[in-house]
Design a protein around this ligand. Structure first.
Ligand code: CA
Length: 235
């Protein structure tokens, strides 16, 4: 029954202590590294600052609800897998969860087997995908995506969660061009009321922080008529 493969770093966000403790015991026993948190605000802080492989996220949380936590985590880390824990039979919860960027959900109350099977599915997917780096160097700039820092010529600049989100997504998709609409959807978590110009303005600011010459970008490059691309395309 236990997954004997890859160990995952899992963040559990659940305010109900008995359930939280149960999940910690279960997933630790299955060989994973587990961090547990009981409120939404701390979940966003810890989840954006640390590289987790999976987040188990309860929907009803104090301080910040699960949907908002999901949206903010997704913004900072577009590729972070999120498994939402929803109440029984609530279709609205599921729809809202997916809209906020959750990858999958389990319905409470869930059985041990069901939950482990879901987590194993994420572990298998994670083994198949290349790991996301925390440190990326390009054109003389070192990007510390975990600590939200860019450094060039010994000078460190803080990056916002949104900027890190853009960098992560472009790096992850570095074999292709990414459209403005895709960045809006992936990094902002919406395509509704925001304009693609928002993307251009955010990228202009980002270039001031990371590029040697913002007028001639080599890290986040413009692909005319198509969008943006990571500066060093892989063959
Ligand atoms: Ca709850």
């Amino acid at each position: 029954m236990l997954w004997a493969g890859r160990t995952m770093r899992i963040l559990i966000v659940e305010d109900e202590q008995r359930l939280r403790d149960g999940l910690v015991d279960l997933l630790s026993a299955a060989g994973h590294e587990v961090t547990a948190i009981g409120d939404g605000r701390s979940a966003v802080e810890v989840g954006t600052a640390t590289g987790f492989d999976l987040v188990l996220l309860d929907l009803m949380l104090p301080q910040l609800d699960g949907i908002e936590v999901c949206r903010r985590l997704r913004q900072a880390r577009p590729a972070l897998p999120i498994l939402m824990l929803t109440a029984r039979g609530s279709e609205t919860d599921k729809v809202a969860g997916f809209a906020a960027g959750a990858d999958d959900y389990v319905t409470k109350p869930f059985g041990v087997r069901e939950l482990l099977a879901r987590v194993d599915a994420f572990a298998r997917r994670a083994s198949a995908a290349p790991a996301e780096p925390e440190l990326v160097e390009l054109d003389g700039c070192t990007l510390d995506l975990g600590r939200h820092l860019a450094s060039r010529d010994g000078r460190e600049t803080h990056l916002t969660a949104r900027e890190v989100g853009i960098l992560r997504w472009l790096h992850r998709q570095r074999r292709r061009t990414v459209s403005r609409a895709e960045l809006l959807e992936r990094v902002w978590g919406t395509s509704g009321d925001l304009q693609t110009r928002t993307v251009d303005m955010t990228i202009a600011k980002l270039r001031q922080k990371i590029e040697r010459d913002p007028a001639e970008p080599r890290i986040v490059v413009t692909v005319t008529g198509a969008g943006y691309a990571w500066g060093e395309p892989e063959p």
